[in-house]
Design a protein around this ligand. Structure first.
Ligand SMILES: NC(=O)c1ccc[n+]([C@@H]2O[C@H](COP(=O)([O-])OP(=O)(O)OC[C@H]3O[C@@H](n4cnc5c(N)ncnc54)[C@H](O)[C@@H]3O)[C@@H](O)[C@H]2O)c1
Length: 329
């Protein structure tokens, strides 16, 4: 089992990490699940006695205020006081929303993240960003708040659908491309399904945690994590508005290909990235520039009407605040 020290909490990684789940001091314990994590992941938490299971429906469309109402209602009806704990057992939707509900219930109770999807393990559970979607806008309402701990058991990945696993892998690829050329070479030369997940998760969490720790509120360094995400979010929003949502990682993979094109990379490096992604992951079609412009124009990171990208300057090195006008794209 590995321990990674984060801001003011620890991230435990490994099959025995569950032993670090200390709930003894709490008056009440809630476990937030969706129907999938209730079936596949909750049994691994059987050692927690006298907990109250709160279930909400899975999927992004339920990451909203209605689900929050159900969670706050369950906490209230079960008389959760300020000395209570909420354990968020699930993917990024459960983690973001459960953390948000815990941090606002009675002005904040403790919460622990137990991510069960690859995306949540390597990305969403690290860094303290919490929130929900609002009126079709992703993560529009939320806050920064840290969990008491994050417990990552790679065993949960055994029941995760392959397309969800591949979607989470987009963030692993991004972490490698922005900071670690050796990791990129390792990924590029490995068969995805033969990877040592514990090792990959640990390396990836270390990369994200180091960046977050150097810039908790995303004033500079943390913007590097946005590589692939400017186009990625526009593509995700395009498909969402069309009524045919795609997985976050699928959009990010397309974003990585497009933003590699804007980056200072050799032709062979650009081709390597594109070929690796296209041969390992089946992606929907990439929308045209005219279909994406409206979403790019509304990107939170824009500055003086220019679109703001984090781009590569060589593999393993990322630069922030690269501004492009619409015509330059
Ligand atoms: N807070 C952050 O910094 C941050 C970073 C990246 C993404 N996110 C958020 O994360 C969310 C996406 O997370 P996600 O990809 O995990 O989606 P998700 O939470 O919807 O989970 C994907 C699906 O997998 C199922 N599932 C999860 N674990 C499982 C398991 N072990 N076995 C079987 N099924 C399982 C879920 O029930 C769901 O159906 C988005 O809302 C995004 O905004 C947050």
């Amino acid at each position: 089992m590995k321990e990674i020290k984060a801001d003011n909490y620890s991230i435990w990684i490994g099959e025995k990490s569950i032993s670090k789940l200390d709930v003894s001091k709490y008056s009440k314990i809630g476990i937030l699940v969706d129907e999938n994590t209730k079936e596949f992941c909750l049994p691994l938490l059987s050692k927690i006695k006298k907990s109250i299971v709160i279930e909400i429906k899975s999927a992004e469309e339920n990451k909203n205020i209605d689900s929050c109402n159900l969670i706050w209602e369950a906490l209230s009806q079960n008389s959760f006081d300020r000395n209570s704990l909420l354990i968020n057992l699930g993917g990024g939707v459960i983690g973001d929303m459960g953390g948000f509900c815990a941090s606002t219930y009675k002005r904040g109770i403790d919460f622990i993240q137990i991510p069960t999807s690859l995306l949540a393990m390597v990305d969403a559970s690290v860094g303290g960003k919490l929130g929900i979607d609002f009126n079709g806008l992703k993560n529009h309402v939320g806050l920064f708040s840290n969990p008491k701990s994050v417990i990552i058991n790679p065993k949960f990945l055994e029941t995760l659908a392959e397309n969800e696993l591949k979607s989470g892998f987009a963030e692993v690829v991004k972490h490698a491309l922005i900071t670690d050329k050796n990791l990129w070479n390792h990924l590029k030369n490995s068969n995805l399904l033969d990877l040592d997940w514990e090792e990959i998760i640990e390396t990836s969490v270390q990369i994200k945690n180091k960046i977050v720790m150097s810039d908790l509120k995303e004033k500079g360094e943390r913007k590097k994590l946005n590589f692939g995400h400017t186009f990625g979010h526009a593509i995700e929003s395009y498909y969402l508005q069309k009524g045919t949502p795609i997985l976050h990682g699928e959009a990010i993979f397309m974003g990585i290909i497009l933003e590699s094109e804007l980056s200072s990379l050799s032709v062979s490096e650009k081709n390597d990235i594109k070929n690796y992604i296209l041969s390992n992951f089946s992606l929907p079609y990439t929308p045209s520039k005219s279909n994406l412009l409206n979403f790019l124009r509304n990107d939170k990171k824009n500055f003086e009407e220019k679109i703001n990208f984090s781009l590569l300057e060589g593999i393993g090195n990322c630069t922030i605040n690269n501004l492009f006008s619409e015509d330059e794209l």
